[in-house]
Design a protein around this ligand. Structure first.
Ligand SMILES: [Zn+2]
Length: 472
């Protein structure tokens, strides 16, 4: 009996508790919703502010469509020129081939690539590709389908009949003011469209050619052909350095705003300090007789020499770090910490490290924190992994002053650049909103940081007003 009374009381108490909890939730729900709405409101405010920024995009590989070949550009051509192609290959579709893409119809292409394209719907490459179509083509769906690709493809075909006009229209619609262009596929070209671009001097060839001198009877190509064209005879390291100096002068005269090293695609980023005397001896040997270690030493010497030149001309040194585009390479070549010796040796050089150093985002942030002359360019990081960009940017803001960040797109055609800008604005706005909501930042400062990352930091560090004689 006693037990029955006790259990009855317990039931009544349990009932009361449930009623009280229910009432509490009913009372609080509007406040919880309000908080959510406020969060969203702040995000939208910050994100909207980012749309008004005239963006300085610190890294692009914009091509004219004809540079890919003589193709009639449609939807799948854009995929093939984009990062998304690598995810489609990664999903098992095999190589997308320009000639096939150009000759098959949309149904045939969907049969070949549709399944693999579907598997990439979770990736950031896919997400940023969609974003470009949302901004420029009014695309509303979440995914590409066999059906909706048809009208997109027709629009692409129409736009690419006059790509110059389409490029300019898209460039302005996205809010770009200037793109740094790294023409790695034609590194000796200094003539660019200055209305949209500023020149990045890609110095890969200056390093790699030092250990690949042509044999006497071989036809000249690349760096040595360029030297011969300019009237330089290269028989010694001093001759070689003279031509490099000439290239520096030529690029500076063409208003280059930085130099760019993307050698992680082919070698380690660890550049030892090799004495000039040792480099002279190694350079005098036939390149074919050099051991891999000796070849590396000459190249290491060259990059040190190039950094010294960059200091002389006040050109920041952009360096690819971390993840490597495509579908197969030696990942640890690009580990950011391998550059540590250079930051110590050249305090007057300005280094801009690319891509969040992914997957080594922590050490990347640490280098930006430790060295006043190391800057962090978020270029391409949101496209590699949006979530990693959000998470690591939280850490970076914890460690690194916000005057040290830049943003770039790193894309081949305008649709992808526009998508990557939209993607990056989402990421940065999301991270800043969280801080505002936690009471760590004011809204005003959050917006100021957006201005800094997407514009002002680049103007200051790359000295754009002076170098381009332009008021930004
Ligand atoms: Zn790049």
């Amino acid at each position: 009996m006693k037990n029955n009374v006790k259990s009855c009381r317990l039931q009544v108490t349990g009932y009361r508790l449930r009623v009280q909890l229910f009432t509490f939730l009913i009372v609080c729900l509007p406040f919880i919703n309000q908080c959510r709405n406020d969060d969203n409101f702040i995000y939208l405010k910050i994100r909207d502010h980012s749309n008004g920024v005239k963006v300085i995009n610190t890294h692009e590989h914009q091509h004219w469509p004809e540079e890919y070949g003589n193709y009639k550009f449609r939807f799948y051509h854009l995929i093939n020129a984009s990062y998304l192609a690598a995810d489609i290959r990664s999903a098992g579709a095999g190589n997308l081939q320009w000639v096939l893409i150009d000759s098959l119809d949309l149904n045939q292409l969907w049969d070949m690539y549709g399944e693999a394209l579907g598997y990439t719907r979770t990736t950031s490459y896919y997400g940023q590709f969609v974003k470009g179509f949302r901004k420029l083509y009014g695309f509303k769906d979440l995914y590409f389908t066999k059906e909706n690709i048809e009208s997109l493809s027709a629009q692409v075909e129409e736009n690419y009949k006059d790509y110059i006009t389409w490029f300019d229209k898209s460039f302005r619609k996205a809010g770009f003011e200037l793109m740094f262009i790294d023409q790695y596929w034609k590194p000796f070209n200094t003539e660019i469209d200055e209305e949209h671009f500023a020149l990045a001097f890609n110095i890969n060839a200056l390093i790699s050619a030092s250990s690949r001198r042509p044999e006497n009877d071989k036809e000249l190509s690349g760096f040595y052909k360029e030297a011969a064209k300019a009237g330089f005879v290269i028989n010694s390291l001093d001759d070689y350095l003279r031509f490099c100096d000439h290239l520096f002068k030529e690029n500076v005269e063409s208003k280059a705003v930085c130099i760019k090293n993307s050698q992680a695609y082919s070698r380690t980023l660890f550049y030892e300090n090799i004495p000039y005397e040792e480099a002279v001896v190694l350079f005098s040997k036939p390149s074919a007789s050099l051991t891999p270690g000796e070849a590396k030493k000459i190249e290491d010497f060259m990059f040190h020499r190039i950094i010294q030149k960059a200091v002389e001309y006040d050109l920041p040194v952009q360096i690819h770090t971390g993840y490597l585009a495509g579908n197969g390479n030696t990942l640890d070549n690009g580990q950011p910490v391998k550059l540590n010796n250079l930051f110590l040796k050249y305090p007057k050089a300005k280094f801009s490290l690319f891509h969040g150093g992914f997957p080594w985002t922590g050490e990347y942030a640490a280098l930006g924190k430790m060295f006043p002359n190391v800057y962090l360019d978020l270029v391409w990081l949101p496209q590699i992994s949006r979530e990693e960009a959000v998470n690591s940017l939280e850490v970076m803001f914890d460690c690194v002053p916000y005057n040290k960040f830049f943003w770039g797109g790193d894309c081949g055609l305008i649709e992808e650049s526009v998508g990557s800008l939209e993607f990056a604005k989402d990421v940065v706005s999301e991270v800043l909103t969280k801080r505002v909501n936690r009471g760590l930042l004011t809204e005003d400062l959050a917006m100021g940081i957006i201005d800094r990352i997407f514009r002002k930091n680049a103007i200051v560090v790359f000295d754009l007003e002076k170098k381009l004689e332009k008021k930004f």
